[in-house]
Design a protein around this ligand. Structure first.
Ligand code: HEM
Length: 428
């Protein structure tokens, strides 16, 4: 990376509040490829933002990269689940888990998505009537967590939840810290998962996501996954399947409230949508809603920074990098790259209309990453978010009445720095 320019200012990779500002400023000054020094690892990190770089690292030469900086923190929480594992373990586990995200399984999970969002709608409508603001961030965290835990545990949720309907996984929404103390409390949920697994093994495996994981067999050896990995995978799905979706939906409502023209077109579409026959196929008809969600994740990609480490030497663009180099590819920077996006700071869902999208380099949009290590839950998340948007926007609109704009917090996830509060208006 000797050839790369870069700022004198070092980067704090504990991701304090200004990591994104530092990276954005360097991107504006140095462009597609620069290096930045990290005192913590006493080495330079290469920051690459051209679609050709995306293609090289995630697709063409993906086998030359492992997960990079920050993965140790993820591992404390998620153990050796597929988010954090590498090599043969990752490959075997990904194959075992993939069937749980087949379209037919998502179709079965749709009822959880529908029921969770209708219950949320009823609560928000009650707020519309008595004029109290909603805590959007908290409510979205609750609903996405409930959808994912219900999809994983199915009928067992009744046994897991206490009489007031709360369940132990709620600590994920009650505690927004993601430090060691949190990891300790979170890992204690392993016991609960194992009790559930043991009950299933004595009876039916179930046809929810946990049932699919229990039934999965390695094609070569016919082995099921170990108990330790099973727990890690379940906890991985709970975390990965809820925080990202919740973040994206926070930004969705915030942007919608600030763009009445977009809101009007979205209302026009969801009003014509038949909610009673809602299923996977009918959600696919919500084409403008999907464009709004795509554009939301362009401006605010929940996975705003993807980190990798090279195994052997490589050339990214024209730039040689040595074995063991840490590289960053930031969907946030790439999604706002002025050479590939016209007026990149403007919220414009028409960018994702088929004719416009077809003209774009497909490696400059990667909210779910790309290549073999892309998000396993992409289709699940897209269905969940579109159904959420349609079910709620049919009956209500959210108003953001606070004077200050919502600031971003860039930890593992790009989420609002503070909870967003909104006023609910019932639509006639
Ligand atoms: C809007 C919602 C979502 C976004 C933006 C998102 C984004 C991402 C991204 C960017 C990655 C790659 C991370 C990396 O390479 O470092 C990823 C991986 C992953 N996601 Fe998602 N995700 C979302 C929803 C979900 C859902 C709903 C689930 C499961 C229920 C899920 C499960 C996973 C898992 C297990 C991985 C690791 C895959 C692997 O390494 O093989 N995600 N996600």
């Amino acid at each position: 990376m000797n050839d790369l320019p870069g700022p004198a200012e070092p980067l704090d990779i504990s991701f304090n509040e200004d990591a994104l500002d530092t990276l954005s400023a360097a991107f504006t000054r140095y462009g597609d490829a620069f290096k930045i020094f990290s005192p913590e690892i006493n080495a330079y990190i290469g920051v690459f933002s051209h679609p050709d770089h995306v293609r090289q690292v995630f697709v063409d030469n993906h086998a030359n990269y492992t997960k990079g900086i920050g993965i140790e923190r993820v591992r404390i929480l998620l153990g050796n689940g597929i988010m954090a594992s590498e090599g043969d373990t990752w490959r075997r586990q990904r194959k075992l888990i993939q069937p749980a995200f087949h379209r037919s399984v998502i179709a079965r999970m749709f009822e959880h998505i529908r029921a969770g969002n209708i219950a949320l709608r009823d609560r928000w409508l009650a707020h519309a009537r008595d004029g109290r603001e909603i805590n959007l961030t908290q409510d979205l965290s609750d609903v996405t967590l409930n959808v994912v835990v219900n999809s994983i545990f199915g009928d067992d949720m009744a046994a897991i939840a206490s009489t007031d309907g709360r369940h132990p996984f709620a600590l994920l929404t009650e505690d927004s810290e993601r430090n060691l103390q949190f990891a300790y409390k979170f890992r204690a949920l392993s016991k609960l998962v194992m009790e559930c697994v043991n009950r299933r093994r004595e009876g039916e495996l179930g046809n929810d996501l946990l049932g699919m994981l229990l039934a999965g067999r390695d094609r070569r050896t016919n082995d099921a996954m170990s108990d330790k990995l099973l727990i890690d995978e379940v906890l991985t799905l709970v975390v990965a399947g809820h925080e990202t979706t919740a973040s994206a939906l926070n930004w969705f409502w915030y942007l919608l409230a600030r763009h009445p023209q977009v809101e009007m077109r979205l209302h026009d579409e969801v009003d014509r949508w038949n909610e009673d026959g809602a299923d996977l196929n009918s959600v696919a008809q919500l084409t403008y809603t999907r464009q709004v969600l795509d554009e939301t994740m362009r401006l605010y990609p929940p996975g705003w920074l993807l980190t990798r480490r090279s195994i052997g030497a490589d050339t990214v663009g024209q730039h040689p990098i040595a074995a063991g180099t840490n590289v960053f590819l930031s969907p946030y920077l790439i999604h706002r790259h002025p050479a590939f996006w016209e007026n990149p700071e403007t919220f414009d869902p028409d960018r994702f209309a088929p004719a416009q999208a077809a003209q774009r380099n497909r490696f400059c949009y990667l909210p779910f990453a790309l290549g073999p290590r892309a998000c396993i839950g992409e289709q699940f998340a897209l269905v969940e978010m579109a159904a959420h948007a349609a079910l709620l926007a049919r009956k209500l609109r959210l108003r953001y009445l606070r004077p200050q704009p919502v600031a971003m917090e860039c930890q593992v996830n790009l989420r609002p720095r503070q909870n967003i509060y909104m006023q609910v208006e019932e639509r006639q």
